[in-house]
Design a binder for this molecule. Structure first.
Ligand SMILES: *Cc1c(COP(=O)(O)O)cnc(C)c1O
Length: 443
């Protein structure tokens, strides 16, 4: 690859100058298009989502047994949607912008088993791999009751195989806890920013944690290298995995079902805006894909990234995708937002989804902390900093005149809008860590 000419790049894309200055910026992609036009570029379709959804249903009886906390939802790993009207008022006051329509929170922060959005993709990929191994060995068919996997025989079977993954923390938690429960030997390669408590928790589940002094990209590369040396080791590739992506995408039909139960309509007169914190892109990309397939063109998906790690905005805006990292433009990729400290976006997700995503914005760590404190104060909901990245989304949309005109989102339509903030993590943060987050939010 040729070396980057930064002067040329900032001439071509003046927004990059603002990224370098660590300003909070928002960019609505002028090339976003309809589902019909954008879908062929994804390379996946409704059949793939159905397949993932069915697989999760097959595993539900197993999950109920292995993780009794999932019994209330019959072994389906899903989170609540709640209204946050007080937070809506606080945001409007803080930004000096009226936010019309309703503001809802999707609490993936409180998903069972691992307390983050990674309980969708990460767990799904481990289950997919386990099913394949068991079927290939003639031990399982798709019509079996999968609760039989919760046995010493199956644990002994899976023990012959290992799983490896690189992570900033939450993916490691999902994959580590799920793999260890099935019986796999599992190693999680953790980047320097990963929290101590996450490493401790994983070790308590019998997971091997390998620590790196470098960032996520290095942890992934090392994990991949180690896995290549062992033919019985399966490497979960957060940067490129379609399986992970499909695990996330099942969220779309689940949200649709929840909206039906809540009596929430989504159509041209009642648009839905969803604000998704983005790290490497698989989680928000997969969820956005599922939402598009469930709601069509009336759902508008917007990604949020830290000002210190705007890898997806940078990749999509410049068209360079995974050919550029934030470090290439002098940004340090250092943020308190676990899960979002990613310097180089997934090439697969950026290319597959760019036509189906309306916009991207950045948010400072200070602002995430501020909203963390406000959500605790006004709604008594506790999240980790990254999960607050979606909060300013409705403000950016409200103030984006050109964008709203393009999609005929006039004031009347915005009165009927639903804004869904995707809260991606925090449910398992220990009390003393949460106390430290809350103290920081007061600074
Ligand atoms: C991983 C993660 C994200 C983003 O997911 P990506 O697939 O990395 O884009 C957002 N929030 C939290 C808390 C996460 O752990």
């Amino acid at each position: 690859m040729s070396t980057l000419n930064l002067e040329q790049l900032t001439d071509d894309f003046p927004l990059v100058k603002q990224l370098i200055a660590l300003e909070e910026v928002c960019w609505f992609n002028p090339n976003s298009t309809t589902l019909a036009e954008g879908l062929p570029y994804v390379g996946l379709d409704q059949t793939d989502i159905r397949d993932a959804s069915d697989r999760l249903k097959r595993f539900a009886p197993y999950l109920m047994k292995a993780f009794p906390e999932t019994a209330v939802s019959n072994g389906i790993i899903e989170s609540d949607i709640v209204a946050i009207p007080e937070m809506q008022r606080a945001l409007a006051a803080h930004y000096g912008t009226e936010i019309t329509g309703r503001l809802l929170l999707k609490k993936d922060s409180h998903l069972p088993i691992s307390g983050s959005i990674k309980a969708r993709g990460g767990i799904y990929e481990v289950l997919t791999h386990a099913e394949q191994l068991a079927m290939d060995a003639g031990l399982l068919t798709s019509s079996d009751d999968y609760s039989k996997l919760f046995s010493d025989d199956f644990r002994d079977f899976f023990k012959q195989y290992s799983i490896a993954v690189g992570s900033t923390g939450n993916l490691g938690m999902s994959i580590g806890i799920m793999s260890a429960k099935l019986g796999f030997s599992v190693s999680v390669h953790m980047s320097a920013d990963a929290r101590e408590w996450k490493k401790r928790k994983l070790r308590s589940h019998g997971v091997t944690v390998v620590e790196y002094a470098q960032d996520y990209g290095i942890a992934v590369a090392q994990g991949r290298k180690e896995a290549e040396q062992d033919p019985n080791c399966f490497f979960i590739d957060d940067e490129n995995s379609k399986t992970l992506f499909l695990g996330y995408s099942v969220a779309g039909e689940r949200v649709k079902q929840q909206f039906n139960e809540l009596g929430i309509t989504v159509d041209a007169e009642h648009p839905l805006f969803v604000y998704l914190p983005c790290g490497v892109g698989g989680g928000p990309g997969g969820v956005a894909f599922g939402l598009k397939m469930a709601f069509g063109d009336h759902v508008h998906c917007i990604f949020a990234e830290p000002t210190h790690s705007p890898c997806m905005l940078l990749g999509v805006h410049t068209g360079l995708h995974d050919g550029i990292a934030v470090q290439d433009i002098g940004i340090d990729n250092v943020t308190a937002a676990d899960g979002l400290a990613v310097g180089r976006a997934s090439g697969f997700v950026g290319r597959a989804m760019e036509r189906l995503l309306d916009g991207y914005y950045t948010i400072s760590d200070e602002r995430m902390y501020r909203h963390l404190g406000e959500l605790n104060q006004y709604e008594n909901i506790q999240l980790e900093p990254s999960a607050l990245a979606g909060m300013p989304g409705p403000v950016w949309v409200t103030n984006a005149q050109a964008y709203r005109e393009r999609f005929q989102l006039d004031a009347q339509t915005m009165n009927n809008a639903t804004h869904l903030i995707w809260a991606t993590g925090g449910g398992m943060v220990p009390d003393e860590e949460m106390a430290a987050y809350l103290a920081q939010s007061q600074d």
